[in-house]
Ligand binder design. Structure first.
Ligand code: PEP
Ligand code: MG
Length: 915
């Protein structure tokens, strides 16, 4: 996902806190997302464009910040500004809050810079009171509608503002329904609804110990504050944590004249996209409900109708909607996600914003918009969230397997991808099961914002109701999580933890699978298969046969034109290097040579090397390892076709190559009790003895990295020889290779000097024997804070630096990379840390060490080549930082290379997606 920046352009203390929109003119515009939030800036922009937008006002995000700074108080001057704008709104609307002849009703909605669907609170129909409801009846001639609106308002206000549980209201509602023999909500007439209102007011009085507030100005203040409070509710906080949205940016509040989609059969409400958000296909896409109010569509309570049907029932409004949304797409040069309401056949636009989309759709849309000449290739590069590219690499089902199994039902394909796992029915169970190492599918009638933690960990989300824009669909798509929604045939019984479909019962823990691209659901565990893009990359599918691969490739080629940073990969073996090259890596930033020691047949030799008591024995074992290493290096060089390859000498503590001490102790004890004396027992005892000798209290701070090669120079000699012999061979075969030999964990300049002498000596030897001389570089990792601090001295010997941000983070914070999991979550919950610093670079602390290393290194050697090979090299936000700090390249794991390519281009164009 794109890392979210909160700060850009937020005009601190602008002095203006309330922004009006109405009558074709707005105080704000689209560039003011920081202050007005996404919704507020969109409403302003649409108003300025002359679209039919109900008038209103936006209370800026700065007021939210003030609300929290001043301990839930709003200064009188801001209250005054709000009141003045409300007066303006009354004038524009031609109606007055609380009037008993022509009352103005407003909605009060949250709206942050980044959309957070359903996470915060909304209040509709505000302004109604005992007098205004009669006024609404008079104006509309519809008493039923007036009292239904009033009861909805009391319920929402009671729940959101006064924090009275929904059940308390629902209980009364059901009571009246029963007493009047009504089957459906719509069967209740005006007098029944008047009763509901009376009962609701009593609930408010009983629960909150006060009367339901009758003064609309007071209602408005209370609602506004409740929306501000909802910014910090647990689910909103969880959402921000997942999507990396900072807490401090706050939400705006939009107060807008209500229009009604529920005045009868000539009214409707709906949502839509200008293109299909799941597949990216250019098709008008959306859903609506006749005679319904705002949230009914998104909440997934009723399954809505396809937007096409609107053309039949209200052709004029449909045509107008198509025209407006086409204009909006052209204006914003991006897919729009819009909300509308039709009141008595009159269309109103309530929202427009860039549509959230799957990674798949993002690539399709970006390339289509270029082909349609709506945007340039450079715009396309900025349109796709780098993180979303990983979705395109996710596996799909093996179609042969998949076809063999009959589908039990088919839902709406809300978010593509293959999902297979065990059924769970609650978000909490999903989390529990996943913690136990299981893969789960979260099956719900519909999801609600509180389910977010379960959705996050599940393989996929399957719901029985709701449409393509229901909560499950929107959130699933955004997470890149396979989702099928509205599978109406599922009869879910959450209490019994089972569902029935097609005459079969599926219990919690049973396996199901579904395809998020077709909507098919099957009762089976089905193996998946690599994505189409991966098939092309690995050569099992012809690029000509894959439309999505060609689009992906075009987009990344455009990105490559704009980036300054090189993108390398971390790869240890030839096949990984090939994959990395195919993904577009044009260099290897890190080959961890020790990983090669785990190859077949090698571990016994490595162990023999470690167990050797004399240097001579050690050299013998190393001689045996040499050909293996040389062959691997040769393979990596060849795969990279002459691109730079950085090979690091041995790094981990030696005990990692030996069996565990506890296992050996058990083996020895077993042999001894069985009375088995002889060479096997002796071997084990010797091994145990050596393991005990090598035992360290803090191995990651111990005898590892350059320290090993200083104590056992013969290891460095062997590795250097293997690297250079392989490189000589390549050069003789015509592949020009300049190997870069990298010494890990250097913190003392003399450590590097010591190793460089070895490398140079071995090189001279090899060149003499090979009869050729090639260029090579000797450099170091900067991964110890001291290394950064003395980088000027280190650079006297180093010909390149590679920042090892994994160890640098570990040592800068003093957090063990292997143990942070024990407390990270709690740190995040307590807001001590916002992000996992091992995932996204801590720019303030660890980043400062990088900056110092860069500056001091370049002081000594002006054009010192510098890169980074820690995990952060594949993280989009970190890539921005590395670009800004002036590195030459980032090195990421092969699968993250596309992310890094796109992020590097966006960094060069200096924009983050979402800003
Ligand atoms: C690092 O420390 O960032 C690094 C790349 O090395 P390793 O992860 O192998 O310690
Ligand atoms: Mg390291």
């Amino acid at each position: 996902m794109a890392k979210r920046s909160g700060k850009s352009g937020k005009a601190g203390g602008s002095g203006k806190y309330v922004y009006f929109f109405g009558n074709g003119k707005a105080d704000g515009n689209r560039s003011m997302k920081d202050l007005l939030g996404g919704k507020g800036s969109g409403l302003a922009e649409m108003t300025n464009a002359g679209l039919p937008v109900p008038p209103g006002l936006t209370i800026s995000t700065e007021v939210c910040t003030i609300y929290y700074e001043q301990k839930a108080k709003i200064p009188a001057s801001i209250d005054k500004a709000i009141a003045e704008n409300v007066k303006k709104l009354e004038k524009a609307a031609g109606a007055t809050l609380g009037s008993n002849t022509n009352p103005l009703l407003v909605s009060v909605r949250s709206g942050a810079k980044f959309s957070m669907p359903g996470m915060m609170d909304t209040i509709l129909n505000l302004g109604l009171n005992d007098a205004a409801v009669e006024g609404l009846k008079k104006r509309t001639g519809n008493g039923r509608f007036a009292f239904d609106s009033y009861r909805r308002f009391i319920q929402m206000f009671g729940n959101v503002v006064l924090e009275i549980p929904k059940d308390a209201f629902e209980h009364e509602f059901e009571g009246v329904k029963k007493a009047s023999g009504a089957k459906q909500d719509t069967d209740l007439d005006e007098s029944a609804l008047r009763q509901v209102v009376d009962r609701y007011k009593k609930v408010v009085k009983d629960r909150s110990k006060r009367d339901f507030p009758q003064d609309p100005q007071e209602q408005l203040k209370m609602a506004r504050d409740a929306v501000f409070r909802s910014w910090m509710n647990p689910r909103a906080q969880e959402y921000r944590r997942i999507y990396d949205i900072p807490d401090h940016i706050g939400t705006a509040v939009n107060v807008q004249m209500m229009v009604f989609g529920n005045t009868g059969d000539r009214s409707a409400t709906g949502v839509g996209f200008t293109r299909n958000p799941a597949t990216g296909k250019k098709e008008f896409y959306g859903e609506f409900l006749i005679n319904a109010q705002g949230e009914d569509v998104v909440a997934g309570i009723r399954t809505p109708q396809h937007i096409r049907e609107l053309e039949q029932v209200m052709p004029k409004a449909y045509k107008q909607l198509r025209d407006i949304t086409t204009r909006l797409e052209k204006h914003y040069k991006d897919v729009q996600d819009f909300e509308f309401t039709i009141q008595d056949e009159r269309l109103f636009m309530l929202q427009t914003r860039s549509g959230k989309r799957t990674g798949y759709a993002a690539v399709v849309i970006a390339t289509d918009l270029v082909d349609e000449k709506l945007i340039t290739p450079k715009d396309a590069v900025l349109l796709v969230d780098p993180e979303s590219l990983t979705q395109l690499l996710a596996p799909g089902f093996d179609q042969d397997e998949w076809k063999k199994i009959p589908a039990v039902t088919r839902g709406l394909p809300a978010s593509p991808g293959a999902a297979s796992g065990q059924v769970v029915f609650t978000a909490d169970h999903a989390v529990e099961w996943v913690q136990k190492g299981k893969q789960v599918i979260l099956v719900r009638r519909e999801t609600v914002p509180d389910d977010i933690h379960g959705m996050f960990v599940a393989q996929g989300i399957l719901t029985a109701t709701g449409g393509m824009t229901s909560h499950a669909a929107v959130v699933g798509r955004q997470m890149g999580k396979p989702s099928v929604v509205g599978a109406g045939a599922l009869e879910i019984d959450e209490r019994a933890k089972q569902f029935r479909v097609a005459g079969k019962t599926v219990k919690e823990g049973d396996f199901i699978s579904f395809d998020g691209l077709t909507g098919e659901v099957k009762i089976a565990q089905v193996a998946s298969k690599p994505s189409e893009i991966l098939q092309v990359i690995t050569g099992s599918l012809d690029a000509k046969k894959s439309d999505i691969y060609r689009r992906f490739d075009r987009l990344l080629a455009w990105a490559d034109k704009h980036r300054r940073l090189g993108v390398y990969a971390n790869a240890d073996l030839p096949d990984q290097a090939e994959l990395a090259y195919a993904f577009g890596a044009r260099g290897i930033g890190l080959t961890r040579t020790e990983h090669m020691f785990f190859g077949e047949g090698r571990i016994p030799i490595v162990q023999r090397m470690i167990l050797s008591e004399t240097e001579a024995d050690r050299r013998k074992a190393l001689d045996e390892l040499l050909p293996f290493q040389r062959e691997d290096f040769y393979g990596v060089f060849k795969a990279m076709k002459g691109c730079p390859v950085t090979i690091r000498t041995i790094d981990p503590p030696l005990h990692e190559f030996l069996p565990k001490r506890e296992d050996l102790m058990v083996d020895v004890a077993k042999l001894e009790t069985a009375g088995k004396k002889g060479p096997e027992l002796e071997e084990k005892k010797k091994l145990l003895h050596r393991v005990e000798q090598l035992h360290e209290f803090n191995p990651m701070l111990g005898h590892r990295g350059v320290r090993l090669a200083i104590t056992y120079p013969e290891i460095a000699e062997m590795q250097t020889r293997a690297i250079l012999e392989a490189a000589c061979r390549c050069n003789k075969e015509g592949i020009k290779i300049v190997p870069e030999i990298m010494i890990p964990l250097v913190g003392i300049p003399k450590e590097l000097k010591d190793q460089k002498a070895i490398v140079d000596r071995v090189a001279a030897d090899v060149f003499k024997a090979q009869g050729i001389k090639i260029k090579y570089l000797v450099g170091t990792m900067i991964e110890i804070p001291r290394g950064s601090l003395v980088a000027d001295e280190i650079a006297e010997d180093a010909e390149f630096f590679s920042f090892g941000t994994n160890d640098l983070t570990q040592l800068c914070y003093g957090f063990s990379r292997d143990d942070i999991g024990k407390f990270l979550r709690i740190y995040q919950e307590k807001k001590i840390l916002e992000k996992d610093p091992f995932q996204s670079i801590d720019t303030r602390g660890v980043g400062e060490l990088v900056r110092i290393g860069v500056e001091r290194g370049r002081k000594t050697r002006k054009d010192l080549k510098m890169g980074i090979c820690g995990e952060h090299g594949g993280d989009a936000a970190s890539v921005h930082f590395f670009h800004n700090v002036g590195l030459n390249y980032v090195s990421a794991s092969p699968y993250r290379v596309p992310v890094a390519r796109l992020a590097a281009a966006q960094a060069a164009l200096s924009v983050k997606v979402g800003d």
